[in-house]
Design a binder for this molecule. Sequence first.
Ligand code: NAD
Length: 303
Amino acid sequence: MTARLLDGRAVASRLWRELSDRVADLAERSGSPPRLAVIRFADQGPAAVYADSLARAARGIGIEPVIVTPPEGVTGSDLAARIGALNRDPSVAGIVVAQPLPESLAVHEVAALIAPAKDVDGATPESVGRVARGDPSAFVPATAAAVLAILRAYEIPIAGRRAVVIGRSAVVGRPVASLLTAADATVVVCHRQTRNLARETRRAEILVAAAGAPGLIQPEMVNRSAVIIDCGINVTADGLVGDVDFEAVRPIVRAITPVPGGVGPVTTMTLLEQTVRAAERLAPESPDEMARFTVPARRRQQT
Ligand code: NAD
């Protein structure tokens, strides 16, 4: 038996259609499309590539991207002023910081400047706290949201299942563990100091790999009932690969995401979904809803 392929592109294109409709509706209500600000600290390299691809995807569903490139050596106060202006701009629904940042800047300090209502990549201390608390309305780091979106799209049961997450970074491992815990899984988090990783992974019914280590997961480390979500993105001589030895592991397990074409495309869409959600929260109510809260003119005169 070979594993069911959990096709991230199919999940992403379903989300794409749904989001396009929601954005069209928003644009009609507000008179203009919502905007997503992407702050990038270089106009070349991985952060620029990420910012450009996010901008393309945003445009594809009708969101207007705004790329902001602060000058090299930007001071903390200048950066705070620039992000503050985006926070106050009602046409900007979401703000994202493209990583990696220059060494002089700490990602959590930059993220803390973003208004929580516009934190569509779940990076502010407020979002981190709300995700840890299990608040279902919190903005979540997009890759972690994508892991759950794939499990839900394929109706993989989570409650009561034993989930093993490899990686404990702030952007992937930790929020994935929080989301799985909130969904009632029993979660084990593994990392570089974990003794006998294979003993842990073999017991996983849901295995999320987010280590950034190509070929880390081999057939002897999984069991036949495992559903594997591979978040790894590793550039090797053989091209782009995940953390799982896909060809060797696929014949053994129940279901698996490929790399590329798994978590990656869904991550872009979950970030855009959170942008649409932020825009919906900020948008003026529809005329019908407004009427419910408006005191009729005549009654207002009487009071
Ligand atoms: P990171 O380097 O910040 O964290 C890696 C984590 O994995 C650490 O907690 C580390 O202890 C653990 N780890 C590393 N090697 C290990 C090993 N051999 N055994 C056990 N644990 C090990 O990386 P990150 O930012 O969390 O990213 C993880 C991977 O996910 C990377 O490949 C990255 O490119 C990818 N990623 C993918 C997306 C996406 O959209 N698919 C988004 C962000 C990151």
